[in-house]
Write a protein that binds this ligand. Sequence first.
Ligand code: FCB
Length: 429
Amino acid sequence: MPLRFPDGFLWGSATASHQVEGGNTESDWAAWEQQPDRIVGGAKAGAAAMWWAGRAEEDLSRAAELGHNAHRMSLEWSRLEPSPGVYDLTAFERYREILAHARKLGLATSVTVDHFTLPKWAAASRSWHDPALIERFATFAAQSVRQLGDVVDMWATINEPNVLALLGYAYGRWPPGERGNRSFLRALANLLRAHALGYRAMKAERADASIGLVLSMPYFAPFRPTRTDRAATRGQDWIFNGALLSTLQHGRLPPPLSLTGTPIEHMVGAYDWIGLNYYGCYKVKFDATKPHRAFGIHVDDGNIKTATSDWGAPHPAGLVAQLERLSVLGVPLFVTENGIFDNEDRLRPRYLVDHVRAVYDAIAKGVDVRGYFHWSLIDNFEWAEGWSTRFGLIGLDVATQQRTVKRSAQLYARICASNGIPDDLPEAS
Ligand code: FCB
């Protein structure tokens, strides 16, 4: 039996400004890439996929030709507010061109105000450790709605606050390179406050704007069925996923993130939809020497990883579980990212079909999922992994800027065209 999704389901892919635009010199990431040993192979985003210089339109046209009916992208704050309170209206115009083009092609537009990068001026004053950035973000988000509200169908405030807080403020692997639990907590609290205040400011600008938050929620499972492995799994899941979900519901960071239940002002109800970014599952094994990681280490179980990054093992059932879990928030859900680093496009076809089927299963269980965005439309600059890990449906030769439509893109095109999984898809069985 072919699987058919509800009418109006959004099928798209996602990109983020710094990863595809190129020529971005004013962000904290641009500065970070100049430092030795920050990025695999000393790589830089450089020209990236040249979206800023004019190639966004042709790639969006490719997406439309491949049957997508939506696209998720983000704004580069450092271009739009080059110094505090000063907006570059020409840069807003460039985004308007791109978004209007997407709309003309029949792509619904989903725009994330901030996807990891900060302007250098924000980095110069302690990045997300600076409480003043909360208000600055909210003002910038409202300004973005004022400038672009008529060409955007869905807004998200911030991409994956938990991932950014962990990699940039606990592990020091991303800018600003801070480490430690207190540092993590302060950044996470401020990011969540920025979301909540941003949501209010954007609504004040345009009451009918649809505004969400995008969360990364990997699945955690015990390595062995022992009490200790299960306890470590619960601990990691709570710290990374559960505590955040609880904060969205109750407006306070719960223990152990905050012993005092630090309030996140304006959070309750500050989302019209939630975006889930889902990549895979971590198998957790008890380790008495790792109190700061809830006494758990991750065991490799066919994980998709490099020496420095680990996206977990493909586990479509985890996507169903996380969607079901998010449904307690009572708002529509979107899978805003799901994909696999696979430079040869060998694993991606199966991964893609299995995860689309998982979304179907979630819907069949009554979860209100409205769209699926594959990460990513095109190979792009993957943060600390640089150009070494390719996630695109479309291949990119960075030197020649040549694009190649991969087999998985053709497969996804068939899914988009049939609004589901047709029977004769080789990967459908
Ligand atoms: C997510 C990020 C996205 C991309 C994918 C692989 O955490 O949101 O920018 O790097 O991982």
